[in-house]
Design a protein around this ligand. Structure first.
Ligand code: AMP
Ligand code: FE
Ligand code: FE
Ligand code: ZN
Length: 278
């Protein structure tokens, strides 16, 4: 088995349609792929249908934008009941607030002389998709301001840039509770991805473990060896499962599907913790 538990489609900031992503996953030799778009389940039905057609197991998932002590973090939720009202309402809060936030970032960039408008950004967002900074990055690329997404994030779109603005984000303890209430299981995504912004202290990992977190995404493209060793040992200390995944975003980011994978035994243990597998 080859299992990749973290990918993005055009339902958020990936560049492959959900069905294209699933086809690419099958072609890459994966047996299992989770679709985990930011704050939305919009791509899941299409991905599940493609999974059936391609003979590959598609795990329905979501990556929830969270924040604690003013620091942002991402929680992956697997196998939740997608119609759970409270979970759906919380995801909608995150999705909706991303729009004024993105407009504010665009306003600040334009005020500084970068030739982009909100209407330009909309051209890069698929119908109904969760809006994110990668869409603004694509707009800056189209406008000739930067060569690619990576260059946009290195400077203009980084968390440390003067153009950066935040959006509503779920309390992670609440996210764990909501996903569990919806019958799913949560994994802390890329906990040691320090180049993206500030990291939460280890005692937050302990707190989330106590709240019912299922695992830590230890093998991730943004983790160096030291981060892998550190979060691997934290997982052991707090009894958390260790996952690996690519965080594939299509052509917008360099990592390929299956660049990191999850051990089949870990996958079975993770799935066993999910009460709603629909
Ligand atoms: P947002 O959710 O709007 O705050 O944007 C964060 C998203 O930007 C994450 O999902 C990342 O996938 C993406 N991102 C972060 N850093 C980079 C980068 N250097 N190149 C491309 N995408 C990035
Ligand atoms: Fe993303
Ligand atoms: Fe993430
Ligand atoms: Zn992601």
């Amino acid at each position: 088995m080859r299992i990749d538990l973290h990918t993005h489609s055009t339902a958020s900031d990936g560049t492959d349609r959900p069905a294209e992503l699933v086809r690419a996953a099958a072609a890459a030799g994966l047996t299992t792929v989770a679709l985990t778009d930011h704050d939305t389940f919009a791509g899941i039905d299409e991905a599940l249908r493609a999974g059936t057609a391609q003979g590959i197991d598609v795990v329905p998932g979501v990556e929830i934008s969270c924040a604690i002590n003013g620091i942002s973090l991402h929680l992956l939720g697997y196998w939740p009941d997608r119609s759970h009202p409270e979970l759906a309402a919380e995801l909608l809060l995150n999705r909706d607030d991303r729009i004024p936030r993105a407009k504010e970032i665009v306003r600040r960039l334009a005020a500084a002389g970068h030739p982009i408008t909100w209407a330009d950004v909309e051209q890069h967002v698929a119908e109904g998709a969760t809006v994110g900074r990668p869409h603004i990055a694509d707009t800056l690329v189209s406008a000739g301001v930067v060569p690619d997404r990576d260059a946009a994030f290195a400077d203009l779109l980084s968390d440390r840039s003067p153009f950066y603005a935040t959006h509503h984000a779920t309390d992670p303890v609440e996210a764990i509770r909501l996903v569990a209430a919806a019958g799913g299981v949560t994994v802390f995504a890329h906990p040691g991805a320090g180049k993206r912004g500030r990291l939460v202290d280890d005692d937050v990992v302990e707190q989330l473990a106590a709240a019912g977190l299922g695992g830590l995404e230890v093998d991730h493209p943004d983790h160096d060896d030291a981060a892998r060793a550190h979060y691997g040992s934290l997982a052991q200390r707090y009894g958390l499962l260790v996952t690996g995944s690519s965080d594939y975003h299509g052509t917008g980011k360099l990592q390929g599907l299956g660049e990191h994978t999850t051990d089949p035994e870990v996958f079975v243990a993770l799935r066993a913790r999910a009460k709603f597998v629909g």
